[in-house]
Design a protein around this ligand. Structure first.
Ligand SMILES: Cc1cc2nc3c(=O)[nH]c(=O)nc-3n(C[C@H](O)[C@H](O)[C@H](O)COP(=O)(O)OP(=O)(O)OC[C@H]3O[C@@H](n4cnc5c(N)ncnc54)[C@H](O)[C@@H]3O)c2cc1C
Ligand SMILES: Cc1cc2nc3c(=O)[nH]c(=O)nc-3n(C[C@H](O)[C@H](O)[C@H](O)COP(=O)(O)O)c2cc1C
Ligand code: SF4
Length: 670
């Protein structure tokens, strides 16, 4: 019997299961309103079987909100909010809004007003200095919280969640780093809790004793000098005393230097934070962050680390995850791979949230169901990378019959390369999902078939294909750099796939994502593996310092050379900083603004863009990571010779997985 799918309560609120969709600010409400896009997004998640939906941050005022945020700061939003509630209720799920005030994380360029905070300490996120809240203004913010909660109740929501995590306003009051007040809101931990507790008390007064209140806390701020799980436990105990019904435990602040939700965070890594809180309170506790499979969720509940499990991005990636888990179809769940490329990176770019693996996310209203074709087409796809497979999946669902020819002996194409560096294995899960989906749908994949134009034309003639899709991807570029004999010159793709071995002194030419990936893979050589680390730690065999050195200092000397300014510029903002920090940790020498002039027997001759000085950097191996070019010859040769011919993914233009998947989806529903 599954614990995850057993009914449970938060206060008076009866839920059909213990899976909670944690809040995501989606950027779907340009004017703060509930609209069809938002309603259909959440309706799909409710239909998918989740127990409770927490609507992503809802602005309680106009000084602490963000772009495209759903607003709950005015009665005029109530009718729209009610429509949202009704849609979710009709699908059997419950729904609460998250009441959001960002404090010094709000940006004046978006709100039009200076941000506010307990103390005027510059924000690491915005670079702006907030205004210190006077006691009078504090009262106004508390009123905004309680008025918003009352509106939520009027709109028919099943409760509210208050955000006291991630470095937003309430966490700013809780932390000694951001709260330097000398009045009753500042000082020791008890005083710093005052604001948060007053918010809860005001809300409780506004909504009455039975309306469920959840508070989202940071299980550890992961900010030097700020609160840890110890202080968070004390806060949660105080929250329980003032009538909070559940605690939602997330990780650290946005400004933390400890990755929170990137691909390198091990699944379920932060469940221990929820457990720490659970040991201190008797109200239900929700564990979250990178809990990306139902099996892991079940395990967390089984081990007693929490009472509920939160998932945000896994439900963006696959709204049907709960239903699929309940019916034993876990292997058809489309996995969230923690890339952030469609979701969080979009928020940083002030764009609405989408998803790399799910082209429908955020477009449920616009797209509806995959249209069923009136006439079944026989389609030949060349290439079983993510573009070819996603096309095949979607076109088959639309009623077509698809055959794929794949040159190699496996599916996934470049996903195998993207998955090769340390902590990037999730790309492999996407490849596995697409291959399984194609297999289940009866897509015929013929391996070890290198298509030529003649073969395609013959197949079209003899086998009756009425449509051909070219999804042949890309190949790495070999630059025309002058080379002397003697230095080993390899392609990054071959190194990543283990087809070629480097020496000990390696220069990587190209500091984009592929160069960074390759450097991180090579930097692992000769470092401690996790099993040995665990053994040495348990035995107290080495000092922490020595273990850190052994984990980060491998056997190779690595230099990354980049012609223009900046390393890893094509990596999304939410992930780039963490990968650059890894390069630094591993002492990878990164030289941007350096052009390679020659590859010589003794190393590489480079010129600095700034002062045009030249030097030779010694190396025994040079690895090329300077980009890729489309494999579009088939398409070019076949143009005009076939009735319906198209080209998708990297074959059309080398880009990213998101582009390949979304383009394939669009082609698939044509
Ligand atoms: C090291 C590396 C890291 C990357 N990291 C990321 C990342 O972090 N995020 C991201 O979004 N993107 C990343 N990318 C880019 C991403 O992997 C590609 O954009 C995407 O996989 C392209 O998919 P595709 O299906 O269009 O092409 P491919 O994956 O190249 O697939 C093409 C397929 O066609 C087959 N094929 C080619 N010619 C023929 C033929 N004549 N007959 C039959 N079959 C043929 C190939 O064998 C291959 O399987 C990375 C790429 C690399 C190399
Ligand atoms: C695009 C995006 C927006 C988010 N917005 C919020 C938010 O408004 N409030 C909040 O508490 N957490 C927010 N989060 C954090 C998520 O609730 C969740 O804790 C995080 O994504 C990790 O969980 P997951 O791995 O299940 O996605 C957001 C996350 C993403 C990716
Ligand atoms: S974009 Fe990436 S991280 Fe975000 S939900 Fe989709 S797969 Fe997950």
């Amino acid at each position: 019997m599954s614990i995850l799918f057993s009914p449970a309560k938060i206060g008076t609120l009866q839920l059909r299961n213990r899976l909670v969709m944690t809040p995501m600010h989606l950027g779907y409400s340009p004017k703060g309103e509930v609209n069809d896009q938002l309603i259909e997004f959440y309706r799909a998640r409710a239909r998918g079987g989740v127990g409770l939906i927490i609507v992503g941050g809802c602005g309680i005022d106009r000084i602490g909100n963000a772009f495209g945020m759903t607003q709950i700061d005015d009665d005029r939003y109530i009718p729209g909010l009610r429509q949202l509630v009704d849609a979710v209720h009709a699908e059997g799920a419950k729904i609460v809004p998250q009441l959001y005030q960002a404090g010094r994380y709000a940006h004046s360029a978006l709100t039009g007003k200076p941000s506010v905070a307990p103390s005027p300490i510059p924000s690491k996120l915005t670079g702006q200095t907030p205004e210190e809240l006077t006691e009078e203004k504090i009262k106004e913010v508390i009123d905004s919280f309680s008025n918003a909660a009352k509106r939520a109740q009027t709109a028919g929501f099943d409760g509210v969640e208050i955000i006291a995590s991630a470095g937003y306003l309430i966490s700013q009051f809780l932390s000694p780093v951001t709260n330097q007040r000398t009045d009753r809101y500042g000082g020791d931990l008890e005083a710093r809790m005052t604001f948060g507790l007053e918010v809860v008390e005001a809300i409780r007064k506004a909504v009455g004793p039975d309306f469920p209140i959840i508070v989202r806390v940071a299980g550890n701020d992961f900010v030097p000098g700020s609160n840890t799980n110890t202080e968070s436990r004390a806060f949660c105990q105080a929250l329980e005393k003032v009538g909070v019904n559940a605690i939602n435990v997330t990780g650290g602040w946005h400004e933390t230097q400890v990755p929170q939700i990137t691909m390198n965070v091990p699944p379920g890594a932060y469940a221990y934070l929820a457990h720490g809180i659970k040991q201190a309170v008797s109200i239900p506790v929700i564990a979250c962050n990178r809990i990306n499979t139902p099996e892991l969720a079940e395990n967390i509940l089984e081990e007693g680390l929490a009472d509920f499990v939160g998932m945000a991005r896994p439900l963006l990636a696959d709204p049907e995850l709960p239903n699929k888990a309940m019916t034993g179809e876990t292997d058809s769940i489309r996995p969230c791979i923690g890339c952030n490329q469609g979701c969080l990176d979009n928020i940083f770019r002030l764009k609405p949230v989408s998803c790399l693996v799910n082209a429908e996310a955020g477009r449920e209203f616009e797209l509806g169901q995959i249209p069923q074709s009136a006439q079944t087409q026989k389609v030949l796809v060349i290439g079983a990378g993510c573009a070819g497979m996603e096309f095949a999946r979607v076109a088959t669902l639309g009623g077509h019959k698809v055959t794929i020819w794949e040159e190699s002996g496996q599916t996934g194409g470049q996903l195998a390369l993207a998955a090769a560096p340390p902590d990037r294995q999730d790309f492999g899960y996407l490849a596995n999902y697409l291959a399984r989906a194609c297999q289940k749908l009866g897509v015929e994949i013929n391996y070890n078939v290198k298509a030529t134009s003649d073969m395609i034309l013959t197949a079209v003639q003899n086998e009756g294909f009425n449509r051909v899709v070219i999804a042949t991807g890309a190949r790495p570029i070999t630059p025309s750099i002058k080379r002397e004999e003697g230095v080993k010159v390899l392609q990054a793709w071959d190194v990543l796939l283990g087809r070629e071995k480097t020496g000990q002194n390696v220069i990587i030419v190209g500091g984009g994502a592929v160069g960074v990936d390759t450097a991180l893979l090579l930097a692992e050589a000769g470092t401690l593996n996790s099993e040995t680390l665990r053994f040495l730690m348990l035995q107290h065999a080495e000092t922490d310092q020595e273990l850190y050195r052994l984990l980060t200092q491998g056997s190779k000397k690595i230099t990354v050379l980049e012609m223009v300014k900046g390393i890893g510029r094509d990596i999304g903002a939410s992930t780039r900083w963490s990968m650059l920090a890894d390069l630094k940790r591993h002492k990878v020498n990164c030289l941007d603004n350096h052009t390679v002039l020659e590859i010589r027997a003794d190393g590489v001759l480079v010129e600095s863009t700034g002062d045009s000085t030249q030097k030779v950097i010694p190396a025994d191996t040079v690895v090329l990571a300077i980009g890729s070019c489309s494999q579009n010859e088939l398409y070019n040769n076949l143009q005009g010779k076939l009735e319906i011919l198209s080209i998708i993914g990297d074959a059309a233009k080398p880009r990213k997985v998101l582009d390949a998947i979304h383009e394939a989806y669009a082609e698939g529903i044509k």
